[in-house]
Design a protein around this ligand. Structure first.
Ligand SMILES: [Zn+2]
Length: 133
């Protein structure tokens, strides 16, 4: 894992690859995440690693799927190496909107729109710290 750390951080440009939170916007350190967890035989290779903020990583845990809040269908989570972020998510101010089943399910499982997280992003936008929003 240590040998891939710098590559993962640089590739992600120090942002969470799920909720896009930049590391400088939080005191909690971002973490290198196994997209397919080791529990599910995911390998420690660059194609299975991503950068995740502490919140996304802790809610994701070893999950690889969830239930779409609209259809209740079993749905895989967003895979930062295999899916294109902008095809599944879009911002509505500080609220992340899932525009596909996969996007909605990922937001739900990772609790990306929990009120404290939305409020954090709202404050960051207000002070100009989330230029991508
Ligand atoms: Zn995140």
């Amino acid at each position: 894992m240590a040998e891939h750390r710098d590559q993962v951080w640089q590739r992600a440009q120090e942002r969470c690859e799920y909720c896009q939170l930049p590391q400088p916007c939080t005191v909690l350190p971002h973490e290198v995440d196994h997209i397919r967890s080791q529990k599910h035989h995911g390998l420690t290779t660059p194609s299975n690693l991503c950068l995740a903020c502490a919140h996304c990583n802790s809610y994701k845990g070893s999950n690889v799927a969830g239930f779409d809040p609209e259809s209740d269908e079993l749905t895989p989570l967003f895979h930062p190496r295999q899916h294109v972020w902008g095809e599944h998510f879009e911002w509505n101010g500080p609220v992340l909107v899932g525009i596909t089943p996969l996007g909605r399910t990922t937001i739900d499982v990772l609790r990306i729109n929990f009120p404290e997280r939305v409020e954090h992003r709202r404050l960051l936008i207000e002070v100009g710290q989330l230029p991508h929003l």
